[in-house]
Design a protein around this ligand. Structure first.
Ligand code: ADP
Ligand code: MG
Length: 294
């Protein structure tokens, strides 16, 4: 089981969209067992999936979600329990992971939703140093759960900020997927993210960081079919330049050649509960390239 996180401090770059469609692609088309964790208090993935499932919080997902929160089976409750254990107030990390804490969307695709409590995480007096190992311990429990399958990959959708939970995710994952868009923030954002991560996650566990262009300008038809548009090429080169500098200074970071094109229909895929066929080649290429860094 390997953990992969989508991270960028900038909102709207496609962290949620790409991690979800990648998970769906691998679960549906490559028949791998996947767990997706919504680690963002803004709950965009959780809300989109609740619409997908039942047209709102009224259907089967909604019922399951009510008991998930009422019975204190959420990721936030797990954090609370881990904190008690880390402070020596409990002998064990007392949080059984099973079907009450993981929603089974399909045979291969399971989901841990977000909760609004995560908004207030930074105000809780959690021990920051101890919390670093929370996700590692949580993944260990997941791996040993007899009621759940053994997952091939766990994907974390992280917030556009450095929360206590994303700190722990970054400290435990094997690969960080960093989507950027063809704009001036792309290369600057990569530099800022990596410098911040190196400064705050110590000792730096060195996950592979894969940067790639989402919302790439791309000619799908016409005489330039299959080619990237000029601004996208320019910003992709800028990103490569920054990535090369970071590599020279010892960071395990790669600018991927694969990209996801800008197409508006992608926005309907999550609430519509489908994988958009016209994106299949791009997600396959992205996944194949990512795997060489796992
Ligand atoms: N490749 C793409 N082409 C067109 N729109 C996209 C693409 N990727 C994401 N979007 C749209 O951009 C918006 C932000 O995406 P989202 O995944 O929520 O970003 P983030 O999680 O980084 O905040 C959404 O409306 C989404 O549908
Ligand atoms: Mg998001």
């Amino acid at each position: 089981m390997k953990a992969i996180a989508s991270i960028n401090f900038k909102g709207g770059v496609g962290k949620t969209t790409v991690i979800w469609l990648l998970a769906k692609y691998i679960a549906d088309r490559e028949k791998k067992k996947i767990l997706v964790v919504d680690a963002d208090a803004q709950m965009s993935l959780t809300l989109a999936i609740s619409i997908e499932e039942s047209g709102g919080f009224q259907g089967s997902f909604g019922k399951w979600y009510d008991s998930y929160t009422q019975k204190k089976e959420t990721i936030f409750n797990a954090l609370e329990q881990y904190d008690l254990y880390a402070r020596g107030k409990k002998r064990h990390f007392d949080f059984p992971i099973g079907p009450a804490s993981v929603y089974q969307l399909s045979t291969n695709l399971h989901f841990v939703p977000s909760v609004v409590d995560l908004y207030w995480l930074e105000l809780e007096v959690f021990d920051r140093v101890a919390m670093k190992d929370f996700v590692r311990s949580w993944l260990g429990k997941l791996q040993h759960s007899k009621a759940l399958p053994s997952y091939d990959f766990v994907f974390f959708d992280c917030p556009p900020s450095f929360s206590l939970l994303s700190y722990s995710v970054l400290s435990s994952c094997s690969l960080v997927l960093m989507p950027v868009n063809p704009d001036v923030f792309a290369s600057r954002g990569v530099g800022l993210m990596v410098d911040g991560m190196k400064l705050h996650i110590s000792p730096w566990p060195d996950p592979a960081i894969c940067v790639f262009m989402n919302k790439a300008g791309y000619y799908a038809s016409g005489y330039r079919a299959g080619k990237l548009q000029r601004p996208t090429i320019f910003y992709q080169q800028e990103v490569k330049r920054v990535v090369d500098q970071l590599r020279t200074s010892g960071t395990n970071i790669t600018a991927l050649d694969s990209f996801i094109p800008h197409r508006v229909n992608i926005g309907r895929a999550i609430p519509g509960a489908y994988f958009p066929d016209d994106f299949e080649d791009h997600f396959r290429e992205l996944w194949n390239e990512m795997q060489t860094h796992l």
